[in-house]
Design a protein around this ligand. Structure first.
Ligand code: NAP
Length: 285
C-alpha cells in the first residue's frame, strides 16, 4: 500500500525488537484491509523510554505495542489503564483515545482465546498448574482465575516470586505454591498445565521445566513458547496421550486484540496466523 501524507503510525517498542514478527503480521493485516497505517518497530533503551514516548505522543501515533523490558515502566507515562492492565500490572498495548493514552494488556485474553479455540477446554471448576511466575505467568494466571478455574498451583524456580504471584491471584481464586521439583502431586489432579517459563525455548530445545514422567493423558499441556513449535515438554505430553497447545496462537490473538483496539476494525486473524507461521517456521525450512 502506498505511503502518503495521510498514513498513520502504529509501532512496537522494546529492547531488543529485532526478532519480532509483529511488523510482518500487522502490516499484512493493514494491507489486506486497505487501512492507511504502517506498523514499525523501535528498539528503545530503557534510559530513552520517556523521551521516546513523548515523541510518539507528539507525533500522534495511533497506538503502540510494548514488549520487554518496558511493559511495567510504561505505566508511568500513561493517563489510564484498563482493568486487565491494572490487575496484571503490565501493559503491552497503548491506544490514543483523543489524546488520552490508555494502557491495555492483551496477553492474557490472547492466551485464553487461543486455548479455547484450539483445545475447547471448559475451565470452570478445573485445577491448573502454572510453571513460572514472571510477566507471562501474571497475565495467564489472572485470565485463568477470572475465567473461573477452581485452583491455581504456581511452581517456580524462585519461590519468593511464586509466593508473590500466588498472593496476588488469591483475590480471584484458590492458589498455592510449590517448587518446580515438587509439583508432581498438583499435576496429578490438574486438567491443565501451563509452562510460562522460558525453559525449552530455542536454542535450549532439549530442556524440560519438570520431570516428563509426571505428565498424564488427562492433563492438557500448554506451552507459551513458540520456537520451537513443539517443545520437549509438548513432545513428552504427546507421548502420554495428553492434548497439547503451543504459544503461537497466543501471539496471534494478543496481536489481533491490539489491532482491534487501535483500529476498531475486525482483525484478519487467519491471515495474521499464516504470515506468522511462515515467518517463524517455513522461512527457516
Ligand atoms: P520473565 O518475566 O522473564 O519470566 C521468566 C520465567 O521463567 C520466570 O518464572 C523464571 O523463573 C523462569 N525461568 C527462566 N529460566 C529458568 C530456568 N533455567 N529454570 C527454571 N525456570 C526458569 O519472562 P516472561 O515474559 O514471563 O516470558 C516467559 C516465556 O513466555 C518466554 O519463553 C516467552 O517467550 C513466552 N511468552 C510467550 C508469549 C506468546 O505470545 N506466546 C507471550 C509472552 C511470553 P525465576 O523467577 O526463578 O527467574
Amino acid at each position: 500500500m502506498e505511503i502518503t501524507s495521510e498514513t498513520k503510525t502504529i509501532a512496537l517498542i522494546g529492547h531488543p525488537t529485532i526478532h519480532s514478527r509483529s511488523p510482518q503480521m500487522h502490516n499484512a493485516a493493514l494491507r489486506k484491509l486497505g487501512l492507511p497505517y504502517v506498523y514499525l518497530a523501535y528498539d528503545i533503551e530503557p534510559s530513552n523510554l520517556k523521551k521516546a514516548i513523548a515523541g510518539m505522543k507528539a507525533l500522534q501515533f495511533t497506538g503502540w505495542n510494548v514488549t520487554i523490558p518496558h511493559k511495567v515502566a510504561i505505566i508511568d507515562e500513561l493517563d489510564e489503564l484498563d482493568e486487565s492492565a491494572k490487575a496484571i500490572g503490565a501493559v503491552n498495548t497503548v491506544v490514543n483515545r483523543n489524546q488520552k493514552w490508555v494502557g491495555y494488556n492483551t496477553d492474557g485474553l490472547g492466551y485464553l482465546q487461543s486455548l479455547q479455540e484450539e483445545m475447547k477446554i471448559n475451565l470452570k471448576g478445573k485445577k491448573v498448574v502454572i510453571l513460572g511466575a514472571g510477566g507471562a505467568a501474571r497475565a495467564v494466571g489472572y485470565t485463568l482465575a477470572i475465567a473461573g478455574v477452581k485452583k491455581i498451583t504456581i511452581a517456580n524456580r524462585t519461590m519468593s516470586k511464586a509466593e508473590r504471584l500466588s498472593e496476588h491471584l488469591a483475590q480471584w481464586t484458590e492458589t498455592e505454591t510449590v517448587s518446580l521439583d515438587s509439583c508432581k502431586q498438583a499435576i496429578e489432579s490438574a486438567a491443565l498445565l501451563v509452562n510460562t517459563t522460558s525453559v525449552g525455548m530455542h536454542p535450549h530445545v532439549e530442556a524440560l521445566p519438570i520431570h516428563p514422567n509426571w505428565l498424564h493423558k488427562d492433563c492438557m499441556v500448554s506451552d507459551l513458547i513458540y520456537i520451537p513449535r513443539e517443545t520437549a515438554l509438548l513432545h513428552a505430553a504427546k507421548q502420554v496421550g495428553a492434548k497439547v497447545h503451543n504459544g503461537m496462537g497466543m501471539l496471534v490473538h494478543q496481536a489481533a486484540i491490539a489491532f482491534e483496539l487501535w483500529l476498531n476494525h475486525k482483525a484478519p486473524i487467519a491471515l495474521m496466523k499464516e504470515v506468522l507461521d511462515h515467518s517463524l517456521y517455513e522461512s527457516k525450512a
